[in-house]
Design a protein around this ligand. Structure first.
Ligand code: GLN
Length: 490
């Protein structure tokens, strides 16, 4: 058997189905590699070794079957699992055990997948580097001095280092796509409402989406097939697939891009982009043209307002969502309280980290009387303008091609004291969430810095529910480039 840890999800699944190797060998292979390298990467918060082995044995005995039978999955630790804890990398939820599984977990397990563990993240998914985890650090598998991105940094690093066959992350303002781009893997944020949020611990409910982090584009399609679809437990779940008419996202993935129109927006190709990122994205656009796609210019004039708009909407929703953690309803309870009000205040002071507190304060301010109209309401209006920019662009093109981030992974510690600079890093990812449209990041070559190869991400954005086409466009680029699917040497 060749090394399972370097394989795609599809190769693992097919290998087990064809009897080339057993699910138990796959799980043992990943557990051995986690043991060997995760001390250096820090992707996992918890590993469910015994449970994963037992489930693999059940797959091998033929007791568990399905489209993902034996496939080994890592989950971001803000996705509720009955197994282990769901900490959101916060002291507030350090001891929290969910009484239920998230819908995506039920669906994955229903398809035969094996959950191997929970991955590290920025506390409550707030951040772009995974440095806001209350518990541990995660390194970029391509260069341990650099961040893996965030907030799904653990899921992307696990994938980049070959520590699972696929992972799930959550994306509120880029948290799947940005770490995927930094770690040289594929990350997709589906259309808002396509994947159930039931059991995803809420950060900003109008923006949050769960999505796949995978080695290949086709793997993202295979995973999306399992996790997508209407869920009556999520009131914002889209009315798709109710009578079984969801598309097979993997079916047309190899169809080609001839005749498709790809949009290029000057606002995403700014002079501020790193030279290597610029060259890689320009090269990708040329390649697409060579494959028969028509390149058209589109205008997204409100792009620059995305970051301030996002950081108002997201913090406002976070301040409301995080009100439930008061040491009584949910979360850490202080032992030092003098009275009830002090119990709430001290529990929150002890339980939340600095970035979460900063967001709660910002959001509370933006929602408070006298400031609501000036900040929150205005942000909602700009959000609409950003959505209209995309609507106009998609009249002219099938998808927009752009970088996922302006630079490759930055150094650990470089931005921890400068939250504003960290927020600016999200400039190309947040508008996708504000507009509710799908986006995918895929490997687009490397930047060579200090003898290290740092992955660059290519981002594709499409109209709502255009996942099939987006995956097809992504797959064509991947198929034409040898570096896609490479795993970091840790
Ligand atoms: N970096 C963004 C933030 O800090 C995005 C987070 C996310 O998508 N969960 O809010």
């Amino acid at each position: 058997m060749s090394d399972v840890t370097q394989m795609s999800l599809k190769a693992v699944r097919d290998g087990i189905a064809n009897g080339e190797f057993r699910a138990r060998e796959v799980v043992d292979g990943y557990l051995a590699r986690i043991e060997e390298v995760d001390g250096k990467v820090g992707a996992y918060r918890q590993v469910f070794g015994d449970e994963a082995r037992a489930r693999a044995d059940a797959v091998d005995r033929g007791e568990v079957s399905g489209a993902l039978a034996g496939v080994v999955i890592a989950l971001k630790d803000n996705i509720c699992t009955k197994a282990g804890r769901t900490t959101c990398a916060s002291r507030m939820l350090e001891a929290y055990r969910s009484p239920f599984d998230a819908t995506v977990v039920r669906k994955l397990e229903g398809a035969g997948a094996i959950v191997i563990g929970k991955t590290n993240l920025d506390e409550f998914a707030m951040g772009s580097s995974t440095e806001n985890s209350a518990f541990s650090e995660t390194c970029n598998p391509w260069d341990p001095d650099r961040v893996p991105g965030g907030s799904s940094g653990g899921s992307a690093a696990a994938m980049g280092a070959g520590l699972c066959s696929a992972a799930l992350g959550s994306d509120t303002g880029g948290s799947i796509r940005q770490p995927a781009s930094y770690c040289g893997v594929v990350g997709m944020k589906p259309t808002y409402g396509l994947v159930s949020r039931y059991g995803l611990v809420a950060f900003a409910s109008s923006l949050d989406q769960i999505g796949p982090v995978t080695r290949t584009v086709e793997d993202a399609a295979v995973l999306l097939n399992v996790i997508a679809g209407h869920d009556e437990r999520d009131s914002t779940s889209a009315d798709v697939g109710v009578s079984g008419e969801l598309p097979d996202y993997a079916a047309g993935v190899n169809e080609g891009v001839e005749g498709l129109r790809l949009g290029v927006a000057k606002q995403y190709l700014s002079d501020g982009n790193d030279e290597a990122v610029k060259a890689a994205v320009d090269g990708a656009i040329e390649q697409y043209e060579g494959m028969g796609a028509k390149i058209v210019e589109v205008d997204l004039p409100h792009t620059e307002y995305g970051v301030p708009t996002y950081y108002l909407v997201a913090t406002a929703e976070a301040s409301s969502n995080l009100a439930r953690y008061d040491g009584v309803h949910y979360g850490h309870r202080t032992e030092k309280a003098r009275d009830l009000v002090d119990l709430y205040a001290t529990s929150r002071a002890e339980g939340f980290g600095d970035e979460v507190k900063r967001r709660i304060m910002l959001g509370t301010y933006a929602l408070s009387s006298g400031y609501y109209d000036a900040y929150y309401l205005r942000a909602l209006k700009v959000r609409r303008l950003i959505k209209q920019d995309f609507d106009g662009a998609f009249e002219k093109c099938d998808a927009i091609v752009c970088p996922t981030t302006p630079t490759p992974a930055f150094k650990r510690g470089e931005m921890v004291d400068d939250p504003l600079q960290m927020y600016m890093n999200d400039v190309y990812t947040v508008n996708c969430n504000l507009a509710g449209i799908p986006g995918i990041s895929l490997p687009c070559g490397f930047s060579e810095i200090g003898g290290k190869r740092l992955p660059i991400g290519l981002q594709l954005l499409g109209p709502t529910f255009s996942e099939s086409k987006l995956l097809r466009i992504a797959r064509m680029y991947e198929a034409a480039n040898a570096f896609a699917g490479e795993c970091a040497v840790v």
